[in-house]
Design a protein around this ligand. Structure first.
Ligand SMILES: Cc1ncc(COP(=O)(O)O)c(C=O)c1O
Length: 445
């Protein structure tokens, strides 16, 4: 479509669309519309170029509208629009699964596809429960999440998640869920680059939960290796190792939700590799297609898959799946995205950029109302001071100002701003992002 045609398609009726995770009335009074994208930029309908400081929503790791991904989607749309994955399959699904398995650590080599991070989390929780069940340990039904955790918006995800507003409106949620304490403590960790020194002992709380319920009732623990949506919290040094050791001791499965950390955000294909800790299940989504087509999935250790592969061969082993599992367009986009990550060495690039992101982000230390800046990989979280009685308003206004006046897209969650640009971001653009953000924070009093 030409630029003129894109502009002509501007909407004049904002009523019908109920925006997700958005204050709808405020948005519709001053909408922030995006018409197209290319590489590091979004373009508004009136033609402003907006620097993407958040890879869309933590997903466009290769940048936007990259030619090989666009071409792969176009080719697939003209070849195979849809194929059922229940009882049938197409070649790209097998290829993408093999490619994902090859990137995953150790014997995580069996890949179940779904369409989003939320579905990936529900899938992983269900696999964990069913795994114990098929092995004759059906009493292991309890799930353990973590305060401040974000695992999407399915009932499983909000039950193990730990963000109060995502939970409190939605009834009793899943029963039998406990939460580890959040790993963040400003007093001990403010202005951390990478993994904070303080906090590994917080993993020991799992022993308290085991002592309370008995290990024989606990199926799985799920954590984000780096908690992204709550504001970029890197794991304290040694924390994930301790969690792994306690899970091993008690036969509890460890699930890493790598929906944000997967595909390069922390300089590795998966954070499990960065931290040298092998979980039993990995949830992924977002970066698998660089955001171009919805897709998610779960990678399981071979032993978990094998536990299901018994009984009569005509019987379904796992009663779970989605109409759009391994959708042909998503598989094509996924293969093309993985090719791009490999050919442009984007995970290594993220590792190289990590200190530059940290240096640039730390220039915000000392700016009025900035309480903390944290960085890890190509990601930063900036906490602002709340105005009395209006938690989140200052950060929201900074996000609005960044978009409107500074031509910068960042994310706001509560009183935290998050930055996580595509991994193709240039060194100059990293500096630009934090200069723009600094100006926006200073301008909002
Ligand atoms: C760690 C994590 N898990 C799950 C999700 C949910 O993904 P989706 O919005 O694709 O359902 C997200 C989204 O940000 C996430 O960060």
């Amino acid at each position: 479509m030409t630029e003129a045609a894109v502009v002509a398609r501007q909407t004049n009726d904002l009523d019908a669309f109920w925006l997700p995770f958005t204050p709808n009335r405020a948005f519709k009074r001053g909408p922030r519309l995006i018409a197209r994208a290319k590489d590091m930029y979004y373009f508004t309908p009136d033609g402003r170029a907006v620097l993407d400081g958040l890879a869309g929503l933590w997903c466009s790791n290769a940048g936007h509208n990259r030619d090989p991904i666009v071409a792969a989607i176009q080719r697939q749309a003209a070849t195979l629009d849809y194929a059922p994955a229940f009882q049938f399959a197409h070649a790209d699904a097998f290829e993408l699964a093999s490619r994902v398995a090859a990137l995953a650590p150790a014997d995580l080599n069996r890949v179940f596809f779904c369409n989003s991070g939320s579905e990936a989390v529900d899938t992983a929780l269900k696999i964990a429960l069913a795994y114990h069940n098929v092995r004759g340990e059906g009493a292991r039904t309890r799930l353990v999440g973590r305060e401040r955790g974000y695992h999407g918006v399915g009932f499983g995800g909000i039950s193990v998640g730990g963000i109060v507003n995502n939970r409190k409106f939605f009834g009793s949620l899943l029963t039998g869920v406990d939460h580890l304490p959040a790993t963040y403590n400003r007093e001990h960790q403010a202005f951390s680059r990478g993994e904070p020194e303080w906090g590994a002992h917080l993993a020991d709380d799992l022993e308290r939960i085991v002592a309370l319920h008995d290990a024989s009732t606990i199926a799985a623990v799920i954590v984000e290796p780096m908690a992204g949506s709550t504001g970029v919290l890197a794991p304290p040094k040694g924390y994930l190792e301790r969690l792994r050791a306690i899970c091993d001791k008690h036969g509890i499965l460890l699930i890493f939700d790598e929906v944000i950390t997967g595909f390069g955000r922390l300089g590795y294909a998966f954070a499990a590799e960065r931290y040298g800790v092998t979980p039993d299940l990995i949830c992924f989504a977002k970066g698998i297609t660089s955001g171009a087509v919805p897709m998610g999935g779960v990678i399981a250790r071979q032993g978990i898959y094998d536990a299901f592969m018994r009984g009569p061969e005509h019987v379904i082993e796992l009663f779970h799946g989605y109409t759009y599992s391994a959708h042909p367009l998503a598989c094509a986009a996924g293969i093309a995205a993985l090719d791009l990550y490999r050919d442009e060495r984007l995970f290594e690039r993220a590792k190289k950029l990590e200190p530059l992101v940290a240096d640039a982000a730390m220039t915000l230390k000392g700016v009025p109302n900035v309480l903390d800046v944290r960085t890890v990989g190509v990601a930063a979280g900036i906490d602002l001071a709340s105005r009395p009685g209006a938690v989140g308003k200052r950060a929201y206004e900074v996000m609005e100002r960044a978009f409107g006046e500074e031509n910068l897209l960042v994310r706001v969650s509560g009183e935290t701003l998050a930055v996580a640009p595509p991994l193709i971001v240039s060194e100059a653009q990293i500096a630009e992002i934090f200069e723009k953000l600094g100006r926006a924070i200073r301008a909002v009093v």
